[in-house]
Design a protein around this ligand. Structure first.
Ligand code: BGC
Length: 343
């Protein structure tokens, strides 16, 4: 096992950004202190050479204008908040509208655009980087001084271990997630439509045409959203509206680390299994990717990668019927996810 660090870039305010590389088992994961971004993940294949399976950019500069949130850690609240406002304890809060009239992924300057404090550590079975930041009361319109910490670790067992934590001195919505785009045949190798997927979800969050929840959780049975038995993304994606960008309701007990998804790529034989404690997972098939200049000449177009963003449901701050996502004094936020690889 090994952790190394190098300078990744320098921000206009003179602050140094670091790139960490974790090696354990057969994997190598690189992460940046800017945006707590996963920049690359090298995974072997039983059928050919190892490949970097994460979409990303060639150099640091592009990460400061990372519109599709490639690899980024998202906060204070991942996914959409309808009409960029919510009411908490009788008080109305207004957020920045960065998705039409709605708020997406933390607003104008979410956690993906922040420099995180970092600390590396080693445990018996893995190597970790812990990222921390403070988000002051009123930042991006949210109440409460929030301390957030995310640790990303690589275990000898070829798993990425994710621990999300946050505490606040006043009640506030929190929904942290990671926005990595995977292509299990290697970034830049075309679309992900032939990947085969299982989602451990019997229902999904119904959304309107702007991807804002209607409040209903609808069964996936007999719909293009049924991934309870393995099927290719290709099979029903047109019937689903030309790709998936939906939050699935994970079966099993919320708060327990339980199966979330499994993705298999027939060409390379690579498999990724995801486990999560959160109530849901946003399955996004890169529908809005359009000519993104990626790593070493790669160009990412529609469906060049997919995301599995483990999370609370979108628009929870306006949906009392959803599992609550308000944390604060006496109620810290703790969630966990695991991404396990095989080939
Ligand atoms: C959302 C997409 C959005 C993408 C990039 C995903 O989490 O579900 O609608 O386009 O993030 O912002």
């Amino acid at each position: 096992m090994k952790i190394s660090r190098k300078t990744f870039g320098i921000l206009s305010n003179g602050k140094k950004v670091y790139l960490y590389t974790l090696k354990a088992g057969d994997l190598s994961l690189s992460l940046s202190s800017y945006g707590a971004v996963w920049t690359s993940l090298i995974v072997p294949s039983g059928k050919g050479p190892a490949a970097d399976i994460l979409l990303g950019y060639s150099g640091f500069a592009s990460y400061t204008g990372n519109k599709p949130y490639l690899g980024a850690t998202i906060g204070r609240f991942g996914n959409r908040i309808g009409n960029a406002c919510f009411t908490l304890d009788g008080r109305a809060y207004t957020l920045y509208q960065n998705d039409g009239q709605h708020s997406l992924h933390g607003g104008r300057r979410g956690f993906d655009k922040r420099c995180w404090k970092t600390e590396c550590y080693e445990e018996k079975d893995g190597v970790f980087v812990r990222f921390e930041l403070e988000s002051p009361d009123g930042e991006e319109g949210y109440p409460g001084n929030l301390k957030a910490a995310v640790s990303y670790g690589l275990a000898k067992s070829n798993e990425i271990i994710v621990n999300y934590e946050a505490s606040s001195d006043a009640p506030t919505p929190v929904n942290l997630t990671n926005h990595s785009y995977f292509n299990l045949s290697g970034e830049g190798s075309g679309d992900i439509l032939s990947h085969e997927v299982v989602l451990y979800a019997s229902s999904r969050v119904e959304v309107d045409k702007n991807l804002i929840p209607t409040g209903k959780l609808v069964p996936v049975e007999n719909t293009p959203f049924d991934f309870r038995t393995r099927k290719s993304i290709q099979k029903d994606y047109m019937a689903a509206g030309g790709g998936y960008d939906h939050c699935f309701v994970l079966d099993g007990e919320k708060g327990a680390l339980r199966p979330c998804a499994e993705v298999f790529e027939p060409g390379s034989g690579r498999v990724m299994r995801v486990f999560a404690t959160q109530p849901g997972v946003q399955f996004y098939t890169g529908n809005f990717l359009d000519g993104i200049a990626g790593k070493a000449g790669s160009v990412y177009n529609k469906h060049a990668g997919f995301c599995l963003e483990t999370q609370h449901f979108p628009d929870t701050p306006n949906r009392p019927e959803f599992p609550p996502a308000v944390f604060g004094p006496g109620k810290d936020y703790h969630e966990k996810a695991v991404f396990a690889f095989d080939w």
